[in-house]
Each structure stands twice: as C-alpha cells, then as structure tokens.
Design a binder for this molecule. Structure first.
Ligand code: SAM
Length: 280
C-alpha cells in the first residue's frame, strides 16, 4: 500500500476503540433502539428486502447493518482491521451475522477482495471520498461492483466545505483533485467525543463535484440525481448549529453553503448493442 494510505490506515485503526466507546456513535443505544436506515435513504433506495448491498469504507458497520435490519444482505468493506473486527463483533451482538458480513481490504482492491461479486446496491456514507487519492479509480471500483441495473447511493461531505480550515473561516485547501498534493495534518482529535488518539498523521484529498460525476459517467454509469445539502451530520465547523432534525447547519441569518451532497446513479441494465448498418 502506498505510504500515505498506510499512515491513514494506522490513524483509522487508532480511532476505532475511541469511536466505539463514544457518545457520538452510542453503540449501546443503537443496540437497544435497533434503528433501520434513515428515512432519506429509504426514500432514495426504496425497499431492499432480499437485495444485496455493499458498503464501501464501512468503518465498524453501523450504517451497513441498518440496511441488514431492512432486509438486505449486506457486505461491509474497510481497510482497517480494527474496524472490521469491531463490525463482526457488533453484528454478532446485534443478531445480524447471518445477513451482514465484513471484508478487510483497500477499496482499490475491492473487486478482487469480493471475488468479482456484483451487488444490487453500492452504498457510501459520510466521510468517505476524502480518504481516497484517485476518484477516477474509485468510479471504476463502483462500476465493477454493480450488477446490471444496480444502483449507487453516495452521501458524502461537500468538497466546497472541505476547502475551509478547521474553524470554517478561510479557504486554505484547493477544490480540485491533486493526487500528489494531499492535505496533510497532525491531530490527536477525531470527530467524536472521547479520548485522544495516538496515531495523528493523516492525508486527505478533495475531489470536486465535477470530478466525482465524471468518474462515474466515465465508467458508463447513469447519474439519476445530485443534490447539494446545506446540512451535514457532524460538527465540521465550530459555528454549525443543530436543527430540529439533528442536522448541523449554518446559523440562521448567515449565507448558506453546501455541507454535504447525495448522488444517485445506476449501471445500465444491459450493454446496448451497436446499431447494425441496415438499421442506421
Ligand atoms: C469517516 S469513516 C466512514 C464512516 C462511515 N460513514 C460510517 O458508517 O460510520 C471513513 C472510513 O474509511 C476507511 N478508509 C479510508 N481509506 C480507505 C481505503 N483506502 N480503503 C478502504 N477503507 C478506507 C477508514 O478505515 C474509515 O473506516
């Protein structure tokens, strides 16, 4: 694995225990409440009873397993062994092991790690693409994992918001993909409450909305919708406030900016035959 991804892997391994014990993820509450997917995801994907879903960068699997509760057979993939170990043990505790399995692999190796299997849904939830140096290659992975007619659900942080510093005050990072110039930083903090983490160095890459769309179109996926949201799901900047739906938003009276986005796409159902010359 390339050294910057290696550094990120060490960082993610060191976050897992802190996250599992955090109020932010509230694992014990989640086990008691047994939530299914959020309503906005159900609206987007409909009933997935009996369908197969792969969750890329699944962390320790809470978002993944919400779709198992909704009747899908789910597979989570993440490159952090600590995440995958926690996901497997959480699936057992939640009684979801029969419908939820987890695979440890770098996302760029996902098609081989999943033995060429194709899925009805490729699912990606918040905090994913910024960890990947090459969004075009990511688009190829998505295309290689989708069954004919299969759908992509992607909800992620908006690349405009990723241009701002931690205080959300100044543009300090570029909007466009620069595979060789990642944002690098050192911090003992993570996005949850809890202890400080030991492995601090991380590398992140921004990918513009246009580059993300082009990565999917370039692999013949069809974009069904793209919505930019004025909300996110974590305290990305200190001045964001929580609204009544539990989303973090810009305080009223201030200019709204995009904080996250949702993109839906699908793979063609079958390869279009080229027109024969007599039909042209
Ligand atoms: C912010 S977390 C995703 C949180 C997720 N939305 C959830 O369900 O909780 C980002 C995840 O990406 C994973 N990751 C980062 N780079 C990766 C890579 N190259 N291949 C696979 N997983 C990766 C990390 O291990 C981490 O679990």
């Amino acid at each position: 694995m390339e050294p910057r991804l290696e550094a990120n892997l060490v960082n993610w391994n060191s976050r897992v225990r802190v996250h599992v014990e955090s109020r932010f993820y509230d694992v014990e509450g989640w086990l008691l409440r047994t939530p299914g997917p959020p309503s906005r995801e159900i609206e987007a994907l409909g009933d997935l009873e009996g369908k197969t879903l792969v969750h890329l960068q699944c962390h320790f699997g809470m978002d993944t397993m919400q779709w198992a509760r909704a009747g899908a057979t789910v597979t989570g993939l993440d490159f952090s062994p600590a995440s995958i170990d926690e996901a497997i043990s959480l699936a057992e505790r939640a009684g979801l092991s029969e419908r939820a399995s987890f695979v440890c692999a770098n996302i760029y190796d996902a098609p081989q790690a999943l033995s060429g299997k194709r899925f009805d849904v490729v699912y990606v939830s918040l905090g994913a693409l910024c960890w990947l140096p090459d969004v075009t290659a990511w688009g190829g992975v998505v295309a290689d994992l989708l069954a004919p007619g299969g759908r992509l659900y992607l909800h992620d942080g908006h690349p405009f918001a990723s241009c701002l510093d931690d205080g959300g005050e100044r543009v300090i990072y570029g909007y466009f993909e620069e595979p060789d110039s990642p944002f690098s930083s050192d911090s003992t903090l993570t996005y949850t409450d809890g202890e400080r983490i030991s492995a601090t160095r991380i590398y992140e890459w921004n990918h513009s909305i246009g580059e993300i769309v082009a990565a999917l179109i370039g692999r013949d996926l069809v974009i069904d919708s793209l919505i930019e949201h004025d909300w996110t799901l974590f305290q990305q900047f200190p001045w964001l406030v929580e609204n009544t739906s539990g989303q973090l938003v810009v305080p009223e009276g201030h200019p709204r900016i995009p904080l996250s986005f949702t993109l839906l796409a699908h793979a063609p159902s079958k390869v279009e035959e080229p027109l024969r010359s007599s039909e042209a």
